[in-house]
Design a protein around this ligand. Structure first.
Ligand SMILES: NC(=O)c1ccc[n+]([C@@H]2O[C@H](COP(=O)([O-])OP(=O)(O)OC[C@H]3O[C@@H](n4cnc5c(N)ncnc54)[C@H](O)[C@@H]3O)[C@@H](O)[C@H]2O)c1
Length: 309
């Protein structure tokens, strides 16, 4: 009998496909459930150990079939655009919350226990701005996207208490790296800046560029996700995933310029209403439970890999 696979929902997307590569490198078999809304078939390698199920996490039957026979689940499938959730709360809710519930129910039915879940720093809203954000900070979800992530965390905790699931909840800050889709204006700022810089297209920065984010390279993130799958036991409580380093957009542009040897024209637009000015993780819980690569990939190195330099 073939080895029981790890199910990666959203496995054809940016983070998911990088995780699939890491799992294959460790000898796992992988099943991907993805509706290919933003993910791409071409993100997945041609490998007999990868099975792709094209389907929707909002479809309970489909999720049950996908979970059946798996050893563990990494639940990444979601409409990852905050703006999409603002424009279509109900549509994104189906993927972002009903999808999580379907995964929990599918796991309960199939007797699968371990699930690693991608929550988001968005659950903190504007709280903690200007300080390192710890997990116990009051939550303030400001968008349907953030509300669904926080509700998903609570449902996973219910299934832990009631049905013995072993959820590992990670709150990602800003993840970047190869295969991040730059096509949406709301996707990661790094993918947008690097694509425009490579094409020598002018770059617009909202505000003065001194806003900061905590950027983590996707290759470092997937190391942590694999450890969470393999840990003999799971500790309770969500875990922030970031480097605890603040990088301003101006520093980011400088670093892109250094890697490429040039930068296109940069202009400044008015700051976007509601944009969070500073976001940085307190990652002490992460470091107490998991190992980041030592040293973690710094922004210049990560950008060089992303830009193929
Ligand atoms: N990239 C970041 O910085 C970041 C930060 C915080 C949280 N996250 C979370 O990490 C996860 C992965 O995000 P990503 O950046 O790789 O985005 P992504 O859009 O590349 O990946 C999401 C994947 O889920 C799939 N998907 C979407 N809706 C689906 C549905 N209803 N059924 C099945 N598949 C569906 C998409 O096709 C895509 O392959 C998401 O849950 C996202 O909310 C990402």
């Amino acid at each position: 009998m073939a080895e029981a696979p790890i199910l990666v929902t959203g496995g054809a997307g940016f983070i998911g496909s990088n995780l699939v590569d890491a799992l294959l490198a460790r000898g796992y078999h992988v099943r991907v459930l993805d509706n290919l809304s933003t993910g791409k078939r071409s993100n997945l390698p041609q490998d007999a150990r990868v099975e792709l199920i094209v389907g929707d996490v909002a479809d309970a039957d489909c999720v049950h079939r996908a979970v059946d026979g798996c050893r563990a689940v990494v639940h990444l499938a979601a409409v990852a655009s905050v703006q999409a959730s603002v424009e279509d709360p109900l549509g994104t809710h189906r993927a972002n919350l009903i999808g999580t519930l379907n995964v929990c129910e599918g796991m309960r039915a199939a007797g699968v226990r371990r699930v690693v879940f991608a929550s988001s720093a968005a659950v903190y809203g504007n709280n903690g701005e200007g300080e390192a954000i710890g997990e116990d900070l009051p939550k303030a979800p400001l968008t349907p996207y953030a509300a669904d992530k926080l509700a998903s965390e609570h449902y996973l905790d219910f299934y832990r208490r009631q049905h013995g699931l072993e959820p590992v909840v990670f709150r990602f800050f800003n993840i970047y790296g190869p295969r991040q889709d730059p096509s949406s204006p709301y996707s990661g700022v790094i993918s947008i800046f690097t694509e425009r810089a490579q094409k020598s297209l002018p770059i617009s920065v909202f505000g003065d560029g001194e806003q900061t984010r905590d950027f983590l390279y996707v290759g470092d993130l997937v190391e942590v996700l694999v450890q969470a799958l393999e840990a003999p036991q799971v500790e309770q409580g969500a875990v922030n995933v970031g480097l605890a380093r603040a990088t301003s957009l101006n520093q980011l542009l400088q670093a892109i310029g250094a890697v490429l040897g040039q930068l296109p024209a940069i202009s400044h637009l008015p700051a976007r209403a509601g944009d969070i000015r500073h976001s940085r993780a307190d990652n002490s819980r992460l470091l107490s439970r998991y190992r980041l690569p030592e040293p973690p990939t710094d922004i210049r190195e990560g950008l060089a890999r992303l830009l193929g330099k």
